[in-house]
Design a protein around this ligand. Structure first.
Ligand code: FE
Length: 347
């Protein structure tokens, strides 16, 4: 896997360093992607098969890609930027790294709540797959008494039981931004302080670590994106199956606002030199076929209504009511969320 990633990345890097070889000829599309899932290979191949347009890509973490775009400025070869969180998409848009796109195809396919706010010239970014942030709990410790809402994570009944990853991580910032959007900053801060006072341990690790800590009993309840749980559910490793046996999960806020969702998404890069190819690629991402591949590749859901994926882990997790808050509104509250976690001591 690492070799495969490196070979793709190193090849792309070499291409960049070498200047403008044939693969960077006009008409190709150069993608900077923070997605790094094997199944995306098939997605790019399908795009080339349909359109004849070559795909070159650089895969790296969101932060590294943003830094690279800032440094490269107008000489960047990038045409399309794909990121994996509303917070980062919004930041990239605020920094002017995108070129707004006005596309009838995208506007008719991607729901308004799952794209950026409208700007002069169109929309900076579009959501291409959805994930939800769920509560995972230790079955033995909490069984039927698991929290049913994000609000309950602050309930004294869960004192010493709550684990999260760092609140400075975009997944947490987006969840906290959603709380601010729903209840205002003061109430969200009270909530955040309540969650912090229920900590089993200081925040650390990624989402999979939270699930494993809930399984081991170190944590009673934790937060995770759905695809991390789905990944463990689909794993054949005995230790992963053991984790799955020990945890349960809750779709939070089913009786209220619905479960918080986030997206992976992308848009055309401001200084794109292959704008037609970039647009063709973005529109392809909203096609039924691409939507299925995108979602299934990382155990997520499509953003285009009516596209059905058949994924055993997601099917087993069942359906849920999602929070209809516009993703752009969550993105716009990142700075407030960052201030709030400082005040609440949630680091
Ligand atoms: Fe992730």
């Amino acid at each position: 896997m690492i070799t495969r990633l490196c070979s793709a990345l190193c090849m792309a890097l070499t291409t960049l360093i070498a200047g403008a070889p044939p693969s960077y000829a006009a008409g190709a599309v150069n993608i900077y992607s923070a997605r790094h899932y094997q199944a995306d290979d098939k997605l790019y191949a399908e795009f080339t098969r349909r359109t004849g347009i070559q795909v070159n890509r650089i895969e790296a973490g969101d932060e590294a890609l943003l830094e690279r775009l800032r440094t490269e400025g107008s000489s960047s070869p990038a045409d399309v930027l794909l990121l994996v969180d509303a917070a980062r998409l919004s930041r990239a848009a605020a920094e002017g790294l995108f070129s707004p796109v006005d596309s009838r195809v995208l506007q008719s396919r991607i729901p308004e709540t799952l794209r950026s706010a409208k700007e002069p010239g169109g929309y900076a970014w579009w959501g291409f797959s959805r994930r939800a942030r769920i509560i995972v709990y230790n079955r033995q410790r909490f069984g039927e008494r698991a929290p049913q809402s994000y609000a309950e994570l602050a309930d004294p009944r869960f004192k010493g039981a709550v684990c999260t990853r760092s609140a400075a991580h975009p997944y947490m910032l987006s969840l906290i931004a959603a709380q601010i959007e729903h209840q205002g900053e003061a109430a969200a801060e009270r909530w955040a302080k309540g969650v912090v006072s229920n900590f089993a341990r200081p925040p650390r690790g990624g989402d999979t670590d939270q699930i494993k800590a809930a399984a081991s009993g170190e944590c009673g309840v934790a937060l995770s994106n759905t695809y991390y749980l789905a990944r463990l559910m689909r794993s054949s490793r005995p230790e992963d199956q053991d984790v799955i046996r020990k945890v349960g999960f809750v779709w939070p806020d089913q009786k209220g606002r619905g479960t918080h969702i986030n997206i992976t998404g992308g848009g055309m890069v401001r200084f794109s030199k292959n704008r037609e190819s970039a647009l063709a690629f973005l529109e392809f991402m909203a096609s039924d076929e691409a939507q299925r591949m995108l979602a299934d590749g990382n155990n997520e859901w499509p953003t285009v209504p009516g596209v059905v994926v058949s994924n055993p882990a997601l099917d087993a997790m069942g359906s849920f009511v999602d929070d209809k808050l516009p993703i752009a509104a969550i993105g716009a509250r990142q700075a407030e969320a960052a201030r709030l976690i400082d005040k609440a001591g949630w680091r």
